[in-house]
Design a protein around this ligand. Structure first.
Ligand code: PAF
Length: 288
C-alpha cells in the first residue's frame, strides 16, 4: 500500500495505477479514527474499483469555532494499518498546510441545501466539507467516491456540487452501519460517556418509531416529529435536540404530508458529542 502525504505523491500514485491499467479509481474520504462504517465504504470501493484510495484528514474548515476540532478523535497510525489490512491501494494523509497553504482563499458553497438541517446549526460546516471534498476530487481524480448514508445531507450536498461543477465522479451512497442496538457508527461515539452511550440508542429507536407511525398511516409531520421528540426527551435526557425533521429525500425541504418516500432526520447534542442519524421511509405497497 502506498502512503502519500503530498498532493504530488497521491497524484503520482493514481497516475501510475492508471498507467498499469486501473480503469476505475475509488475514493473513500475520511477524517480518520476509522470504524466499521468506514470499512464498509472501503469494502464497497474495493469491490467496484481497480484502485482504492482512502484519504485521512481531519478537515479544520468544517468545524465551527466552538466545535470539537481539537478534541476530534485521531488514530492515524492505526488507521493506516487498518487500511493496509483491508487491501486499500493508497492512503492519502496530508497535513493541514498541504491542503490549505498560506494564502488559500477559495470556498465552495452549495446554496439552499446547506441551509437546513445540520447547516442551520453549524454555519459554514458544509462550505468546509465541499471545499475539502472538491480538493480531494481534484487531487485524487476518482471515478467513484463513497459516502455513508448516516451523513445524508452531506451526501446530497456533495452530489449537488458534483452536478453543478461538472465533476467527473459518481457519488455512491452506502447504507449506515449500526451497532447491535441500532446506534449508527460514528467516530464521535468514542467520545460519549457510558451513560450517554446508553441513551444514544434512543436516536435509532425514535427513527424506528417514526417509520412505524408513517407505515401505519400517520401522515402529519407535526404529529410524527412530536412523537419522536417525546421519545428522545424520555430516553435521552442528557441530550438536547437540535432538530427532528421529515424531509423530501432529494430537496431536503420539509414535506407537508408524509405521503411519499421521506427521510426522517434527527440531531441530538450530548455533552460529549453531537450525534446525527436518519432513516428513509417508503410507504407500504399500495399505501397512499
Ligand atoms: O464525512 C466525513 O468524514 C467528512 O465530512 C469528509 C467527507 C471526509 C470531509 O472532510
Amino acid at each position: 500500500m502506498k502512503r502519500a502525504r503530498t498532493i504530488a505523491e497521491i497524484r503520482a500514485a493514481v497516475a501510475e495505477a492508471r498507467r498499469r491499467g486501473a480503469q476505475k479509481v475509488g475514493l473513500v474520504a475520511t477524517m480518520g479514527a476509522l470504524h466499521d462504517g468506514h470499512y464498509s465504504l472501503i469494502d464497497a470501493a474495493r469491490r467496484d474499483c481497480d484502485f482504492t484510495v482512502v484519504s485521512i484528514f481531519v478537515n479544520p474548515t468544517q468545524f465551527g469555532p466552538d466545535e470539537d476540532y481539537r478534541r476530534y478523535p485521531r488514530a492515524l497510525e492505526a488507521d493506516v494499518a487498518g487500511c493496509q489490512s483491508r487491501g486499500v491501494d493508497a492512503v492519502f494523509t496530508p497535513e493541514v498546510c498541504e491542503l490549505y497553504p498560506e494564502g488559500f482563499a477559495t470556498t465552495v458553497h452549495v446554496a439552499g441545501l446547506t441551509e437546513r438541517l445540520c447547516g442551520a446549526f453549524r454555519p459554514g460546516h458544509f462550505d468546509g466539507v465541499c471545499t475539502v471534498v472538491a480538493k480531494l476530487f481534484n487531487t485524487v481524480g476518482p471515478d467513484v467516491a463513497y459516502f455513508g448514508e448516516k451523513d445524508y445531507q452531506q451526501a446530497i450536498v456533495v452530489r449537488r456540487m458534483v452536478a453543478d461543477l461538472d465533476m467527473q465522479v459518481r457519488v455512491e451512497v452506502c447504507p449506515t452501519v449500526r451497532e447491535k442496538l441500532g446506534l449508527a457508527m460514528s467516530t464521535r461515539n468514542a467520545c460519549l460517556s457510558a451513560e450517554e452511550r446508553a441513551q444514544a440508542g434512543a436516536l435509532y429507536e425514535s427513527l424506528e418509531l417514526a417509520r412505524r407511525l408513517i407505515q401505519e398511516g400517520g401522515r402529519s409531520p407535526a404529529e410524527i416529529t412530536q412523537a419522536v421528540r417525546a421519545h428522545l426527551a424520555a430516553k435521552a435526557p442528557l441530550g438536547t435536540i437540535d432538530y427532528v425533521e421529515i424531509v423530501d429525500p432529494d430537496s431536503l425541504s420539509n414535506v407537508e404530508l408524509a405521503e411519499r418516500p421521506v427521510v426522517v432526520a434527527v440531531a441530538v447534542r450530548f455533552p460529549a458529542a453531537r450525534l446525527i442519524d436518519n432513516m428513509r421511509v417508503d410507504l407500504p405497497e399500495g399505501g397512499d
